[in-house]
Design a protein around this ligand. Sequence first.
Ligand SMILES: [Zn+2]
Length: 388
Amino acid sequence: MLVTHHILDKEGTLMPYRWPVDTEVTRIALAVEEQWCRTCGGALTICDHRHPRVFTLTGPLHLVCKLAHCPTRACPAHPQTLSPAAETAIAMPWWVLGWDVVCWLGQRRFARHWSVGQIRAELADTYQIRLSADAIETYIHRYQQMLAARRQAPGQLAAAYADVEAVMLAIDGLQPEKGHETLYVVRELERKRVWFAEPLLSSATTEVQQLLVQARVWVERLGKGVRLWMSDKQDAFVRGIAAEFPGVPHRYCANHFLRDVAKPVLEADSHAKVKMRRTVRGLRAIEREVLAAQHATDAPQFPAVQAEESRCPQAQAEEGARDVVLDYCAAVRGILNDDQGGPLHPPGLRMAEALGEVQASLQRNLAAKKGGLLTTDSRGWPDTSTGG
Ligand SMILES: [Zn+2]
């Protein structure tokens, strides 16, 4: 026997879920919790049954839901059919996955960063739950909706803000991808919570205003004061916040402020980098020369082990010097190619410091040589310009 059940996909259309023929299910009978009609007080009677099948982490369930209604035709509640509340404690209507599986999916996806493929394989291997990648994505989406709904639930919110005197709110528009509508996000900074987000087609004052009205409704429901608002101070925010939250200070967001300051800093920094790179050059020529010299001395003395013993101290010292030159070249190249760092750690500044250290190191070596500590012949050391 093949029993079909239904999965609602993202567009809300029905898709049959085909249960494997050999599925062993546990039967659970659920009845409506109330016995009496809330409207007329008469006894409720069972009028129908529903037979959803649900995957849980402990095995598939066959729920036998006894639906009830008030049999009194004259009662206004007569047309209503009541379902057992216990059913939704196991799974939402039309869902093929129980709450435990949905929570498991969400935790693996968002806390453990598993891919859909990984989740799919683990569900099949460990729990014998076979689902398509599409179905898993649908349920991950539902998990997010449930999580968002819970975060926004007034009771949850009131508990989170119980010991907060006044809230600090921020609004910003995020553009997830070019060409998509901007997602406007209202956050609260005292508890660091996203309150709500809404995609808006335009940043027109009237559209933004609706979000600010919603924020005011939330604040009023919480019964808290607003210490301040923060934003990038675009016109719609400035006007809207002044209208909905008269007298509340509206500060420029430190992050936006920093970004604006950073622009000229990074520009100057990048200009300095170009100048330094133009000055410190000729690395490849030096390396080529050194490698050519190395090759010339290595070639006739094969194999290397014998060469090592037979080589005179002078030749060994020269080879050591060549290695040092190559190491310096590698270090300088690394410094010139280092592009990491933002406005707080400008890469050009770091480059200048590092080049300064290389220069000081070269100077120390030259000074030591003048003092007679270094016996190496300097013919293999072409001058490198470090630009001062
Ligand atoms: Zn009734």
